[in-house]
Write a protein that binds this ligand. Structure first.
Ligand code: ATP
Ligand SMILES: Nc1ccn([C@@H]2O[C@H](COP(=O)(O)O)[C@@H](O)[C@H]2O)c(=O)n1
Ligand code: MG
Length: 208
């Protein structure tokens, strides 16, 4: 695998030439996407790109888009695709890896269509953490990571956005038979056992 570095201005090596393998990781707020991605990275050597984390880093960097992004996150709204896709493209180009977990993206139809049009990348599959709202709410209210959107008012807005805008994206991929659904309202270790089955190549699966 060739090293791709935006810092070295190696602009001739495009994302298309790199041909990254992408898994979209979706699920409601607090369903455990970030927690399980950390386990997948450790066991299956993917690079984890959380769209939310990239947007929060952009705010901290003092970027010209920072205030707009911060306001959108506080309201639980989806940031324009152009901004998020640029951050994802940059992160993929800067990585030496060619396998990516894209967590929390695409969040709506605009995200999905724009990513496909700009990058020409189709996900290998979509990992969907299905979790009841009641459980997600409990987890978010005790997350304690100082996130400005982990308050009950914003959490309710995020749940609405998930139902109205993100579930249709999951339906889109279900129609293409690309969704691998995981029951996420179980202890972290049990959820990961189900995740492992999805990521383990068929030939390696032991028949009991
Ligand atoms: N299976 C689980 N059982 C109990 N708690 C969990 C489980 N998975 C994650 N958590 C906890 O719930 C909180 C939310 O998890 P996490 O940050 O992974 O969710 P997320 O889907 O990435 O949420 P968001 O969309 O808000 O970023 C964390 O405090 C995490 O430790
Ligand atoms: N594709 C995305 C992903 C996230 N956002 C904004 O960030 C917030 C937090 O995202 P998490 O995945 O960390 O929960 C989210 O509520 C959105 O405001 C986005 O705009 N587009
Ligand atoms: Mg997360």
């Amino acid at each position: 695998m060739g090293t791709v570095s935006v810092a070295n201005k190696d602009i001739n090596v495009s994302l298309a030439e790199k041909k990254p393998r992408v898994v979209f990781v979706l699920g409601g707020p607090g369903s455990g996407k970030g927690t399980q991605c950390a386990n997948i990275v450790e066991h299956f050597h993917y690079t984890h790109l959380s769209a939310g984390d990239l947007l929060r880093a952009e705010i901290k960097s003092g970027s010209e888009n920072g205030t707009m992004i911060q306001n959108m996150i506080k309201e639980g709204k989806i940031v324009p695709s152009e901004v998020t896709i640029k951050l994802l493209q940059k992160a993929m180009l800067e990585s030496d890896n060619d396998k990516f977990l894209i967590d929390g993206f695409p969040r709506n139809e605009e995200n999905r269509a724009a990513f496909e049009a700009v990058t020409k990348i189709e996900p290998e599959f979509v990992l969907f953490f299905n979790c009841p709202e009641e459980e997600m709410e409990k987890r978010l209210l005790s997350r304690n990571q100082g996130r400005e959107d982990d308050n009950i008012e914003t959490i309710r807005k995020r749940f609405n956005v998930f139902l109205e805008s993100s579930l249709p994206v999951i339906e889109h991929y279900k129609a293409k038979e690309k969704v691998r659904e995981i029951e996420a309202a179980k202890p972290i270790g049990e959820v990961f056992e189900a995740v492992k089955v999805v990521f383990t190549p068929k030939a390696e699966k032991v028949v009991a």
